[in-house]
Design a protein around this ligand. Sequence first.
Ligand code: SF4
Ligand code: SF4
Length: 368
Amino acid sequence: MPVAAIEEAAERLAGLEGSALRVRPRQCLNLRHLRAGCSACAEACPTKAIRWSPRLRVEPFDCAQCGACATACPAGALEVRDSVWCRRLAQISRAVAGTGRVLFACPLHLRRDRSLRRRTDVVEVPCVGAIQPWEIVAAVAFGAASVLLLEARCSRCTYRVAHGRAVRTVEEAQSLLAAWGRREEVRLGSEPPASTEAGSAFRALAGLLPQKGRSADEELARRGLEPQEIGGDTTQPQDPGEGLERWIPSSHRKLLFFLHRLGEPAADRVAPNAPLAHVEVAPDCTGCGMCAYFCPTGALRKRETAGKTELAFRAQECTNCGFCTRICYQGAIRTTEARPGAVLSGEEQVLWSGRPSTPQERLARRLV
Ligand code: SF4
Ligand code: SF4
C-alpha cells in the first residue's frame, strides 16, 4: 500500500475518535499489512459507521460511540477511553458489593423495564455488544456469583448487529473462567432474576431523586485499584525493536490484571476462542522475522544473539489476533491454545534460532 494511501486511511479511521473511543490508527492490522484481511470492527459496528468492503469508509456522524468495535478489535487500534471503562468498572464493583451479581443492561432494556434502573445489580452499557471479556472476568474476580447480559430486545433493536459480538464475548469469558477453574454463571439471558435487595420500595422512591454516592475513583480506591495499574491509557508504546510501532491493547492489560486476581489457573490450556494464544513455528520457518516485524503487540520479537537470529514469543502479550499466521509467506507459524501459566508468568520462549535462509537457498532445497 503506498504510504500516502496509508496516511489517508489512518486519518479516516481517526475520525471515529470521540467521547468514548480512542483511536490508534497505526495499530490497525489492515494498515500494517496488505494480507491482514481484518473486518472485526465493521462486523461489530451496529450503525455501520465503519466499513472495510470494498474499501475503508468511516462515517463519524453515524458513530454512536457505543464501543462495540473496541470490543472486537484485537490490536488496540480502537479502544474505550479510561473515563468510560473506569466508570463502568466502578458500577460493576458496586453491583457485586451490593448483591453478589451483575446484570448488564442497555438503555432500550432499561426504558422498557423501569424497575431495573432502581436495582444496584444493574450496570448500564450502551449495548451488550460493547461489554468486553475482561469486564466479566473483573466481576468474577470481585466475587460475583453470576453475570447476566440482558438481551431480550436485541432482535428488534437497531443495534442488533452487535448481538453476535455479545455472544462471542460470553463464550470467550466462559473459556477463560473455565481455565481458571471458576464455575460462576456467565450467560446471555432475557429475564432478569427477581431483585433480592432489601428496601426496594424505598429505593424505588429514592430512584426518582438525584443520587449522591461514591465517585468512580473513590469506588475503585475502596478496592485498592488504581486505573493506571489496571491497564489505563499509556503514552508509552512497546519498544519497537526492528518492527513497526506496537502497543499492548489496554483491554488486554486489564484482562491480564484481573486474571491474576483470579489466582492460580486450574487447567494447562485455555480454549482456542479465548483472547490469549500460544504460537508455534514449523521447521520450514526461514527466520525472515516478518511476523515479529508486524506483530501489533510485540509478543513476537526477532533479535540477533551470538551470531544467530532468534524468534522469541511472550504469551503474556499475545491477543490471539492471528495476524502472524495470515502474513507468513511460508505458512510456518500457527496459533494454538494458550498456556495460562506462561500467560501469567510473562516468560519468554525462543521459537526459532538459526541463520535465516535466502530465497536462493530455499529454491535450491526445493529443487534437489
Ligand atoms: S478490528 Fe481493529 S485491526 Fe481489525 S480492521 Fe478494525 S481497527 Fe483494524
Ligand atoms: S503473536 Fe501473532 S497472534 Fe499473537 S499478537 Fe502477535 S501477531 Fe497476533
